[in-house]
Design a protein around this ligand. Structure first.
Ligand code: UN1
Length: 508
């Protein structure tokens, strides 16, 4: 079992390798704590950004924007290409920090850094593909077209559970789009953020890009508010809880800023009688128990046909019993810790409520890992057979709880899938093409992500990522999500010597 001493040494080694120049003080000193869920201890304290310094960071990013917006997009892409190279070089270092701060198992931490590399590759290609349209004009001698221009400063607010990939989705795309970035990471993951900031600054200096294209601000609510309320921040891209989104959305809208929200999910998988159950069980276990249930794409509801539910629950619980739970840095571990005590308390409360509603809970117990790990919260993932979808099933509890519901007709399954207020991810396991297509159709899943024969989590960066309803409606990452980071200008050019008016209007 890793000790706090080991973890500190790993952080220092990763910082040295990356070249992060921040004073990491031992706990007890001034500044904000950087803790680890692995042992539940504070590892370091680090400097805090004041709201005043946040405003300065925004001013710097706004200033940098004035030159960056006219830098040709393919040249902007070179910065992101360099960031991608540095991430390849420091993949293991960044992953170590992700494991220490977010408690992800090594393979998932490496996967998260790979997701950063992937989005850098994507954004570099995008830097030569920022296309507008040419539209047929109704007037002779006129050309009608769309031009996409950089937007300004993008405020990026990220959550603890993907402490680096979500920053990279936003930053890689924003930078090639000609925007500059101010990043407020979760207070729970400052170390990964400091490391990423060091890498982007190095990439900028290596390619001769202007300073201040990407700034980091570390702190709590006040720092976030300074970002949200500042009219120089053209777009606020925020990932986190629905509660956070409810505050950020209206505040940014109040000043007519743009928001891109990626909030909670309450993702379901439908398993039909024709499903390949081996495949379904594997997909379900990864999506429900992986990352200790702390992805926004985590599978939280299983909607099983009555003919397969017993077998399915039996196989899932058997798989759960064999999952190695413990030190996320140790080889073979598949389930690491919950992020903190509050997450654990929320899980206990949710399970209590489910029991009160008649739910049959299997698993969901605290596991003590190592001698010193009294402040760390490791749990066995829980499966809860519910007699009905009560209110607790409609809540997102950020922990490994899989509620099991049953259905008899596909219509019923789709209704259950869509019954929750969130709309991020969904899946169907079936070998029947009609069922699969129906799930993906307009009257099928209402989520931003709908999959067939894979789980709800682990999306590739090439697609647009985000969801509907309380998930916030934003789309990040691949496909044409870049459009959220740019402004569109419609241009009509008259190259004739006449002045015909649109809609046949005559004037004088
Ligand atoms: C998140 O949990 O905020 O699809 C992002 C996935 C990852 C991204 C999750 N690629 O699970």
């Amino acid at each position: 079992m890793s000790t706090a001493h080991d973890l500190r040494a790993r952080v220092r080694a990763a910082f040295d390798a990356i070249g992060a120049q921040v004073d990491l003080a031992e706990p007890g000193g001034p500044g904000l704590p950087a803790s680890t869920p692995v042992t539940g201890e504070v590892l370091f304290t680090h400097p805090e950004t004041t709201p005043e310094q946040t405003r300065t960071a925004i001013a710097d990013a706004a200033q940098a924007f004035t030159t960056w917006r006219t830098t040709p997009a393919p040249v902007r892409g070179q910065l992101v290409a360099r960031l991608g190279e540095l991430l390849r070089e420091h993949k293991a270092d960044v992953a170590t920090l992700v494991t220490v701060e977010a408690g992800k198992i090594t393979s998932e931490a490496l996967g998260e850094v790979q997701e950063m590399i992937d989005i850098c590759d994507f954004a570099v290609g995008l830097s030569r593909q920022l296309y507008g349209r040419t539209i047929a004009s109704e007037r002779p001698g006129h050309r009608l077209m769309e031009n996409w221009h950089p937007l300004g400063v993008v405020g990026v607010i990220t959550a603890f559970n993907f402490p680096v990939a979500v920053w990279a989705w936003n930053t890689a795309v924003a930078l090639v789009c000609g925007d500059t970035v101010v990043w407020k990471p979760s207070e729970l993951t400052p170390l990964t953020a400091i490391a990423c900031q060091a890498l982007i600054e190095r990439a900028a200096s290596d390619v001769g890009a202007p300073a201040h294209l990407s700034r980091l601000v570390l702190g709590g609510r006040e720092v976030g508010e300074a970002l949200v309320d500042d009219p120089r921040v053209a777009l606020v891209s925020a990932t986190g809880s629905v509660r956070m989104g409810r505050q950020v959305g209206p505040r940014v809208a109040e000043r007519f800023g743009r928001v891109l929200l990626e909030l909670g999910g309450n993702n379901a998988a439908v398993v039909t009688p024709s499903a390949d159950l081996d495949l379904a069980v594997r997909g379900i276990v990864f999506s429900a128990a992986g990352t200790a249930g702390q992805r926004c794409t985590t599978l939280r509801r299983l909607i099983a046909h009555t003919s397969v539910v017993d077998t399915l629950v039996e196989r899932i619980t058997a798989a759960y019993r064999s999952l190695p739970i413990g030190d996320p840095a140790a080889e073979g571990t598949l389930v690491g810790p919950l992020i903190h005590e509050t997450a654990y308390r929320d899980m206990v409360r949710a399970l209590e409520r489910a029991r009160n509603d008649g739910g049959e809970v299997i698993g969901g117990e605290r596991v003590h890992v190592g001698d010193e790990a009294t402040e760390a919260f490791y749990v066995t993932p829980a499966v809860v057979r519910m007699p009905a979808q009560t209110e607790i099933v409609h809540n997102e509890t950020f922990a490994p709880i899989l509620y099991v519901l049953t259905y008899t007709t596909l219509d019923e399954a789709i209704e259950l899938n869509n019954a929750v207020p969130q709309g991020l991810s969904s899946a169907i396991f079936t070998t029947d093409v009609r069922e699969a297509e129906r799930f993906l159709a307009a009257d099928g899943s209402d989520c931003g992500i709908a999959n067939v024969n894979i789980g709800t989590s682990g999306a590739e960066i090439g697609g647009a990522f985000g969801g509907e309803k309380q998930t916030g409606g934003g789309r990040e990452s691949g496909s044409d999500s870049w459009k959220a980071y740019m402004r569109r200008a419609t241009n009509t050019v008259n190259y004739s010597s006449e002045l015909p008016l649109a809609q046949g209007v005559h004037f004088g």
